[in-house]
Design a protein around this ligand. Structure first.
Ligand code: ZN
Length: 257
């Protein structure tokens, strides 16, 4: 939290499609990062953006130390994200920072590391209807959402989705072509939490949808760190009780009397 009690949000975007496909900039003026910053704008949030081309991808120690929740949109340039920066992001999540991984971030280095999986899935890009179902209406991330809502044009993502076994689904999708998908799930890693949210293909207007923005906004507030510290914070403590002397020859041999 910042001194003014606002949640510090950093929206990271690889910003690659925006440079090569004019349709993306027509749908998302200012790029996906700039558009999301405007849509999510709220008095309780301090929002900044960062992109791949900036020094250290815009994710310096200082930026991440002052980020409560990081949003991540990447697709074509996952491999260009430097491992040292991914190490840094991972450490900050272990320390308590929140992460919202959007759409094709399912193959980003940070997503795969946090899940311990490949992040792979089936996909089809023809612009089909997606119906998103809330499967855990008790979760704050879906507060104010209907039982289900639809996006008229999206890329299909289908199961099996290679994610962590302890991922907790909150939203699942059905697609016009018949597939289903775990579209919204949470994970805890160290002191930090992440939320993956599926919609947001760069050539479809899903981030214009009020329910999609509501989910991302709710996620930011839910992911706000309640506790933040070096993880794991380890030390060699003095014993609280007197520890009786042992015959170390036997202990080391695995024979304890
Ligand atoms: Zn896509």
């Amino acid at each position: 939290m910042s001194k003014d009690n606002k949640i510090n949000v950093t929206i990271w975007n690889e910003n690659v499609h925006e440079k090569t496909n004019s349709a993306v900039c027509e749908i998302y003026p200012g790029g996906l990062h700039g558009f999301l910053a405007e849509k999510l704008n709220s008095p309780d949030l301090n929002i900044r953006t960062a992109t791949l081309d900036e020094p250290e991808h815009g994710l310096t120690e200082e930026v991440l130390n002052n980020t409560d929740v990081l949003l991540w949109w990447g697709h074509a340039a996952h491999h260009k994200v430097e491992d040292a920066i991914v190490d840094r992001v991972q450490q900050k999540i272990w320390d308590g920072m929140g992460l919202v991984a959007l759409h094709s971030a399912h193959m980003s280095k940070i997503f795969c590391r946090l899940n311990g999986t490949s992040g792979k899935l089936h996909w089809r890009e023809v612009g089909e209807r997606e119906r998103l179902w809330v499967v855990d209406p008790s979760h704050p991330i879906v507060a104010g959402l209907p039982e289900h809502f639809e996006l008229p044009y999206e890329e299909m993502y289908g199961e099996p989705f290679m994610i962590a076994a302890d991922a907790k689904p909150i939203i699942i999708s059905w697609f016009e072509g018949g597939e289903v998908f775990r579209s919204g799930f949470t994970l805890q890693r160290g002191y930090g939490r992440m939320f993956y949210f599926r919609p947001g293909h760069e050539t479809f207007p899903s981030f214009h949808n009020a329910n999609v923005i509501k989910v991302i906004g709710n996620a930011i507030r839910w992911l706000k760190p309640a506790y933040r510290a070096d993880y794991p914070k380890t030390h060699t403590p003095d014993s609280l009780e007197v520890i009786s002397p042992k015959d170390f020859k036997h202990v080391k041999a695995g024979i304890i009397r």
